[in-house]
Write a protein that binds this ligand. Structure first.
Ligand SMILES: Nc1ncnc2c1ncn2[C@@H]1O[C@H](COP(=O)(O)OP(=O)(O)OP(=O)(O)O)[C@@H](O)[C@H]1O
Ligand SMILES: O=C(O)C1=C[C@@H](O)[C@@H](O)[C@H](O)C1
Ligand SMILES: [Mg+2]
Length: 192
């Protein structure tokens, strides 16, 4: 559905998607951007472009810490420059400065449970943190990060049993409800 009216332009991206690997940030973000006729920006792709390597190769060649520093710069640039939809890398919220920068933005947390996350990305080879033991890694990662995603989110949407298009519908509806600027802590929550 191309051409749906985008929400009034806020002072920043129209939406910032956060969530664990497999939450659907890239999939849902791309669809929403298409519908609204706005640009889509993915900070993983920005880091890859800056360093000229895949995320997986950056982890191997330079290590996670180096990737996280580049990611923090990419998020700050996207929040400052981009007026469409921004999807953050799954671990971007680990950085306290990044979490502070997200305050006041229209941040949507796409929730995903362990089983769905494993089903969606467990066997993907391009996610370096999941290469060994994806179920245990995803379970630990979801547990540790859940409070961080919730902390920065103005909208929380449970993606379990929902197709990407339905999730995109819910994101659009929730953003329409949001006051400007949004209250940062889960002011709209859409459970199963
Ligand atoms: N709501 C959904 N229901 C079923 N499958 C989904 C859903 N959302 C995404 N997927 C599928 O899960 C896979 C991962 O989705 P996607 O790449 O959008 O996740 P992501 O949140 O961007 O992950 P990452 O943090 O690793 O970048 C894709 O194959 C996608 O088609
Ligand atoms: O959850 C994470 O820590 C990651 C998610 C991906 O988006 C990439 O940013 C990278 O694979 C790390
Ligand atoms: Mg993604």
């Amino acid at each position: 559905m191309v051409g749906e009216a985008a929400p009034a332009a806020p002072a920043g991206p129209r939406a910032v998607l956060v969530g664990a690997p497999g939450a659907g940030k890239t999939t849902v973000g791309t669809r929403l951007a298409q519908r609204w006729g706005v640009g889509f920006r993915d900070t993983d792709a920005d880091v890859e472009a800056e360093l000229g390597r895949s995320v997986a190769d950056i982890f191997i060649e330079f290590g996670e810490e180096y990737f996280r520093a580049a990611e923090a710069r990419a998020v700050a640039a996207a929040l400052a420059e981009h007026r469409g939809i921004v999807a953050l890398g799954g671990g971007a919220v680990l950085d306290a400065d990044t979490r502070a920068l997200l305050a006041g933005h229209r941040v949507v947390y796409l929730e995903v449970g362990v089983s769905d996350a494993v089903r969606r990305v467990g066997l993907a080879r391009d996610r370096p943190l999941l290469v060994e033991g994806p179920r245990a890694r995803l379970a630990a990662l979801l547990k540790a990060r859940q409070p961080l995603y919730a902390e920065v989110a103005a909208v929380v949407i449970d993606t379990a049993g929902r197709e990407p298009n339905e999730v995109a519908d819910l994101v659009a509806a929730a953003l329409a409800e949001l006051p400007t600027p949004p209250a940062p802590a889960a002011s709209v929550r859409i459970p199963r």
